[in-house]
Design a protein around this ligand. Structure first.
Ligand code: 6PG
Length: 252
């Protein structure tokens, strides 16, 4: 493992996808235990896509092996974004996380906050914001401050479902919004930057050679001057870290 400091981010480079998965699993568990000890619960927003699946499965395996100190009944689970599909659909982030992790650990059903896509993507976003309000706010804390927000990055520089050129990039009044993504001919439900950037810990996890060029552009700046959604992730008070593998870091 090696560390690269590219302010405001700290980048941890792991040898390969296996050590990346292990390191990310250990860090999520460490933050969970720490939050539960100090605040009585751990609030986490899960990312979607393919990268987190192995990490979720490792968290579940650690629990099954008795090697995890995470009190899963004190963990509050949200989704940083969701595809506009039914929750049992193969593309659903909820389904992926449920199968890999949530059905394998004793997290209480009341603390798993599914995006209700059956309402339609705009209403689902508004409903999700209400659920955030109900779950989070001591008086005066706005937006809610997650203990940890997990993020991935696409080869186009998107994160959560904040895609280049889409309306949600500029959303500053709400915490969750429906977002039309013409480049994918679809709609998504996504956290907005104000909510993401208010977190205590923001952890990007990304790996593989196909991410190398965009990771360099996002962290070092694109020589063409073009900017990317992942660059707008800048914690207001929290910490921003990237856990990547050597293949993704090859152009840094
Ligand atoms: C989603 C994600 C998305 C993801 C990136 C990276 O729902 O698709 O939240 O932002 O993190 O697309 O995805 P991979 O890990 O599959 O490369």
């Amino acid at each position: 493992m090696r560390t690269i400091s590219i302010p405001p981010a700290e980048v941890l480079v792991l040898a390969d996808s296996t050590t990346l998965c292990r390191a990310a699993t250990d860090e999520i568990s460490r933050l969970a235990v720490q939050s539960i000890v100090t605040r009585g619960r751990f609030t986490i927003a899960l990312s979607g896509g393919s990268t987190p699946k192995a990490i979720f499965a490792q968290l579940a395996a650690d629990h099954a092996a008795g090697g995890s100190a995470v009190a899963w009944d004190k963990v509050e689970i949200f989704f940083g974004d969701e595809r506009n599909v039914p929750s049992d659909h193969a593309d659903s982030n909820f389904r992926m996380a449920s199968e890999a992790l949530l059905k394998q650990v004793p997290v209480s059903a009341a603390r798993i906050h599914r995006v209700r896509t059956e309402l339609g993507f705009t209403a689902a976003a508004a409903r999700y914001e209400e659920e955030l309000r109900a779950t989070f706010l001591p008086p005066g804390e706005s937006p809610p401050r997650f203990d940890l927000v997990l993020l991935g990055m696409g080869t186009d520089g998107h994160t959560a479902s904040l895609f280049p050129g889409t309306r949600a990039l500029h959303e500053s009044k709400v915490w969750v919004t429906g977002n039309s993504v013409p480049q994918l001919n679809t709609e998504r439900i996504t956290f907005t930057f104000p909510l993401i950037n208010h977190a205590t810990e923001i952890l990007f996890i990304t790996g593989g050679p196909d991410k190398a060029a965009m990771l360099r552009n996002v962290l070092r700046g694109d020589p063409s001057g073009q900017t990317y959604p992942s660059q707008a992730v800048r914690p207001t008070q929290g910490r921003l870290r990237w856990f990547v593998d050597e293949a993704a870091a090859s152009a840094l």
